[in-house]
Design a protein around this ligand. Sequence first.
Ligand code: GLC
Length: 733
Amino acid sequence: MNVEHLIKQMTLQEKIGQLIQILPSVYSDDHEDVITGPVAQLMKESGITSENRWEIGSVIGINNAAQARYIQSQYLEHNRLQIPLLFMADIIHGHRTIYPVPLAMASSWDIEAIEQMARQSAFEATVSGLHVTFSPMADLTRDARWGRVMEATGEDVWLNGEMAAAFVRGYQGTDLKNEGTLAACVKHFAAYGAPEGGRDYNTVDMSDRELREFYLPAYKRALDEGAKMVMTSFNVVDGIPATVSTYLLRDILRKEWAFDGVTISDWSSIKEVIFHGVAESLADAGRLAMEAGVDIDMMSGAYLNHLEEAIEQKRISVGKLDEAVLRILRLKDELGLFEHPYRGIETMTEQAVHLAPEHRAHARELAEKSIVLLKNEDILPLSNQKIALIGPFITSTDVLGPWAGSGKTEEAIPLIEAFREKGIPFSYSPGSGVEEEVDWEAAVETARQAEVIVLALGEASWMSGEAGSKTDIRLPKTQVDGLRKLAALNIPIVTVLFNGRPLDLRKVERYSTAILEAWYPGTETGHAVYNLLYGHQSPSAKLTMSFPHHVGQMPLRYDALRTGRPADIENADMRYTSKYLDAPNEALFPFGFGMSYAQFDYEQLTLSHHDCGHGDITATVKVSNTSTVEGDEIIQWYIQDQVAKVSRPVKQLKGFNRVTIAPGTSIEVELTISLDMLAYLHPDGSHSADDGYFTLFVGPSSTEGLSAEFALNRVVKEIQHEHDDEKTSTSAR
Ligand code: GLC
């Protein structure tokens, strides 16, 4: 389609219409509803009329093929220029087959598996008529109080970028004209994951350095991978609502990054500029958003009700309007919608694609790779012990997590079903609901005869996700009380956790013999957890977000700066250092931590040479599986810049190897250390590496393993350390 020619035929109203996103209900087939019912109220509030609804550009929330076909056909019967509607929705971790929540998926560190998940999700969504997903969510997160951490991939800037890129590749494939592809909309631009107090929608305030070093790179990585859209965030950045920030949307996104795709506001975030106190009226907010470069207004009514007048009064140029319209028309053309307005629903059927066996199989495998073994005092894997299944999440199907698209909890496999399918004899008692007391005394009696207690606890899915912020990140009290009562039996307890955020697990750690952090594993929950409990799969997942000792440590991050008074672990009674009186600085379970049923030893860290100024350094390490079972290990490489022009993190992840090691064998893996890995943002805005000394760390987590020194244009002795942050006050603290 020649969109430059098409736009010349469009009226001002038709152009403005392309910038509007509205709910499917305005195309309701219930004529009465449209005229008098709740839909009429919605239309009245948002300025939609029976006439102008045939000029709207996109719809949010389509979720099935029949609905998509009905609305598109009605629309094209009325649309003068036959410009098809764009259908968008939140496909965050699956459409009908639901995969683990993103924070769980991230713990797999399996980039290919995440890409495959996105590809399968795209297939299931496109056969339901969708064209765009509001994913990946690339917000960096360091605060477990914020409910949307479940939707993110964690606290590391580089890893978040790699995962966001995998989402984009999976959704978009190589050509959006191909069947089963979805356009990706990266969000929330920008820094939505850093609200003060961990409270959703709250103020975000940080230096430009912090923004550019930690919060922007993952969005950029998604755009470099070809993401077609960007969604603005609810929060302010530098005091200006992101949705009307010309710094973010024009200076950075359009000029520095040369992004020429479509921008969309978050839900009514243009109208929220009024509540931020930065616009006097909806018209004012709409003008600011247009000037900043927001192409699509999601649900605020600002553009539909006030843009025409602003253009007629020359407060907004037609040029800016045409820019936005052309970007939207180009996206529709890239998706092939002009030729195939029923794209995705012309040939394939939902029945044939949704919950396909290979989709469920991948959901199970990804869940198995996403569930983190946090503790295991020689009780897992289980064999033929007498089992008591206790707790609210033994039977609960509330295991899809927030943002579960069109997933149905009744299609999820609860843990108890997996035990039944396998014919494992067990006794069962709920003990409690998620929050309400049920009958822990009965649970204790049920458990008394068992040899092992499998205790399934957690948060209801509404306790995280959007607007799910909490000040107390412990499990509900009744659950911890029950755990304590069961612990009095002196029977080993395997605690399985279903939750959407890092929790304060001090009590759970004290009373449990083993802990599996299952997050919300999705449709295949029961099968995945069962396979790990009985060793059909060995846990391999590693945390991508730190679990604190106490919520008071929030925000918490492994890649913290050193401060001028690093806590001196060897000299703990030295009062005047940066530490708490009532809690450690460290995480209870740190970034990169996760256990396996196998045992891995790290040895022989060697460097090809020690000066990066003489060419890339190849670092090699030998990792041995000293156990009798095969296992996957995620070998992590970190680098510390010892001295720079700004204070630098104690270490930063620079690479990892996800490998399978057979029992009794060893492998060697390597990392190529290049100059770009050492570069950072200088005070003058340049991005480069300084001459000096660096420390390389390699190990099974961010706090243990081997280390060695190397340099850039300096001389280094060949030295190697055993490094464990818990024991030594290395220069890294
Ligand atoms: C929500 C979320 C955003 C989502 C959008 C559409 O408020 O902030 O992530 O994509 O609305 O559902």
